[in-house]
Design a protein around this ligand. Structure first.
Ligand code: AHR
Length: 655
């Protein structure tokens, strides 16, 4: 009811009758298409930065569930116990970290519990930092729990392990289940029902009887999740829904920097480490400063794409470590590159090969008999110079030879302009004109307003993928806000992208997700904590723009009496398109602080009416986890409207 009243109030403010006042007139001409609009224009870029995957989209509520946590460049034994608390309960005991006779070669570290009856330890889940935990549980909800156990002295009197949800102080938040380990590793599982709602629960393990037990690969996931049947275990429903509501045409994954490997080759993201049974995936240190469990691995990324209706766009390393981090390691030599190229081809087979092929068979065994709809493959991220382009060429030629229908994406460095950018651009046009050039730039908001014509002069025959961008507002402490103004500058820029969508075939904001208090980068499109999701103004711009994607660009002109129609108007940015069914979408962005009265007509001056979705507010307005100040409001459009200062609107006119 409250929401409806707000919408009505917004409508009352916005609407003026057609023909009233002396404001601006925009004429659109649905009969004059300019060019086709790429139907893959708006997509998403997912990277496990800011705990986007582990501690985020991944439904796993436990942190460091398999004791593999270890900083690649600065390892220390205590890191293996990150996220856990020991020495609770009543009995005495000790914990040893062991790798002897492990669960498997990829999952080597486990703990050996040597304790008296009553000794307890806990996993604290994800919280504001790696060491302050908190598992949110809701009364009456079910949680799937599992753990791999092995008794050191199996038999009748072997120690048992009781598992339950508790508070940090050990008070029960569910009944206990008691697992009875045998003499070899075995996965135990149960369902726990939360008896209370709590933000900071733990998963507690209690020794039942005195003895020694090996513990590894614990897991706790809410029953209510997406993809419980995927081997990785599934994803948070609210976050998957937030992604789907963006109507993404594609999903670029899994990075970004994390795909390239930083500093050392051990850090390279190898897709084969991320598939198969989840307990056999080989965890890796993350460029952004934490462990990647790979519970969301390549199979799950492909499944997520299907879930949200997006085409997959995987990114693989290029045989060059992250160039921005000035790696001491040299690029891959011929031999290593040949092996890596084989891995890349295997990935394509994993996605597209039939179930009779080696890697297609793995996909089928994981639960997806049918091939995934893989049409794009990016090789490299933010690379430049021949050290990269020569390796790119070898990998992409091998891919094209085996799978000519795949469109390859070639990196055009990490910046918007300058010599590094232009050298990359001319190399790409000369050597890889068929491929999509992947541009990345994070610029201040003003830059986006000044550069809406960036692509006007690009040759039309070669495509661009704007794989990472965001408008950066400066802020104290470097924590750049997701405020309305930055979102409007992105919206203004996107009108230029739509006008040029014969060249820019795809674009996606970056980064996508950030866990509050555990982020490494600002701004981000979606913020979240353990239970809540925050859609930023930038999110809503993406949503209303991608939700109104036309098929053909049409002309839109500002009319001034006695002057020629003008494609531009100071402080306003616009684009218009039509669908084959005759629906017309007009996007108008007002980045000035002043209200503008705007009429929309056909070329004969007849007012056009339809529905309008508006995003407006204070220039600096931001949304928070507890308050959504900026969100789209829908209203009727009767041929004209007073656009508030700082607003973006999409007008839909049905035939
Ligand atoms: O989006 C965050 C990072 O920015 C990406 O990992 C990288 O590609 C870029 O530098």
């Amino acid at each position: 009811m409250g929401r409806m009243l707000t919408a009505l109030a917004a409508a009352a403010v916005l609407l003026l009758q057609a023909g009233a006042g002396t404001g601006e007139t925009l004429t659109v001409d649905p009969a004059r298409p300019v060019h086709g609009i790429s139907q893959t224009l708006y997509g998403l870029f997912f990277e496990d930065i800011n705990h986007a995957a582990d501690g985020g989209l991944y439904a796993e509520l436990l942190q460091n569930r398999s004791f593999e946590y270890e900083e690649l460049l600065n390892p220390a034994p205590h890191q293996h116990l990150t996220g856990w608390a020991f020495n609770m309960g009543t009995g005495k005991g000790q914990i040893g970290i062991s790798t002897e006779d492990p669960l498997n070669e990829n999952n080597r570290t486990y703990i050996r519990l040597d304790a008296e009856d009553g000794y307890a330890f806990q996993n604290l889940g994800w919280g504001q930092s790696a060491f302050r935990g908190g598992i949110p549980v809701r009364k009456g909800e079910l949680y799937d729990v599992s753990v791999w156990l092995r008794s050191v002295s199996p038999g009748e009197s072997a120690q048992k392990i009781a598992v339950s949800l508790t508070t940090r102080a050990g008070a029960g938040l569910s009944s206990e289940v008691v697992f009875e380990p045998g003499g070899s590793w075995k996965r135990m599982e149960a369902v726990l029902e939360a008896s209370e709602t709590a933000e900071d629960a733990c998963l507690s393990f209690r020794a039942v009887g005195t003895g020694e037990t090996d513990v590894d690969m614990a897991s706790l996931m809410p029953r209510d999740r997406i993809g419980a049947e995927w081997p990785g275990g599934g994803m948070r429903r609210d976050l998957v829904e937030a992604l789907a509501e963006l109507h993404p045409a594609f999903l670029r994954f899994p990075g970004g920097c994390v795909t390239e490997g930083s500093w050392v080759w051990e850090n390279l993201y190898r897709w084969k480490d991320t598939v198969g049974p989840v307990e056999e995936r080989k965890e890796n240190w993350n460029t952004w400063g934490y462990m990647q469990s790979y519970g969301i691995g390549f199979y799950e990324y492909f499944c997520l794409c299907e879930e949200i209706g997006a085409l997959p766009l995987p990114v693989v390393g290029s045989g060059v470590l992250c160039q921005a981090r000035e790696p001491a390691e040299s690029p891959m030599n011929e031999e290593k590159l040949a092996e890596w190229t084989r891995d890349v081809l295997d990935l394509v087979e994993f996605a597209k090969g039939d179930a009779g092929t080696e890697w297609g068979a793995l996909r089928a065994a994981m639960g997806h008999e049918e091939p995934f709809d893989l049409r794009f493959l990016a090789i490299g991220n933010e690379n430049w110079a021949n050290i990269y382009f020569d390796r790119y060429e070898k990998i992409r030629n091998a891919v094209k030879e085996a799978w000519p229908e795949i469109t390859c994406v070639v990196a055009n460095g990490p910046v918007a302009d300058g010599s590094l950018f232009s050298a990359g651009r001319s190399t790409i046009l000369r050597r890889f004109p068929e491929d999509l050039a992947d541009e990345h730039y994070y610029m201040d908001s003003g830059w986006f307003l000044k550069n809406t014509h960036r692509y006007d002069l690009y040759p039309r025959s070669s495509g661009v993928f704007l794989g990472e961008y965001a408008a950066h507002e400066s802020a104290a402490g470097g924590r750049r806000p997701n405020n309305l103004y930055s979102a409007l500058c992105e919206a203004a820029y996107l009108t230029g992208i739509e006008r040029n969508s014969d060249v820019v075939r795809m674009c996606c904001y970056a980064p996508l997700l950030a866990r509050q208090g555990m982020d490494q980068w600002t701004p981000d499109l979606i913020w979240f904590d353990g239970t809540r999701v925050l859609r930023t103004p930038n999110y809503y711009i993406q949503q209303i723009f991608s939700g109104s994607l036309a098929e053909e660009l049409i002309e839109s002109r500002w009319i001034t009496e006695g002057a020629d129609p003008d494609p531009e108007r100071e402080g306003l940015y616009q684009t218009a398109g039509r669908k084959k069914d005759g629906t017309v979408y007009i996007k108008i962005v007002n980045v000035s602080g002043e209200e503008r009265e705007i009429r929309v007509t056909d070329p004969e001056g007849n007012p056009l009416a339809g529905r309008m979705t508006v995003l407006s507010g204070e220039r600096q307005a931001v949304n928070t986890l507890s308050e959504e100040k900026v969100k789209p409001e829908e209203t009727a459009f009767e041929g004209s409207a007073a656009f508030p200062g700082y607003a973006a609107a999409v007008i839909e006119i049905r035939p």
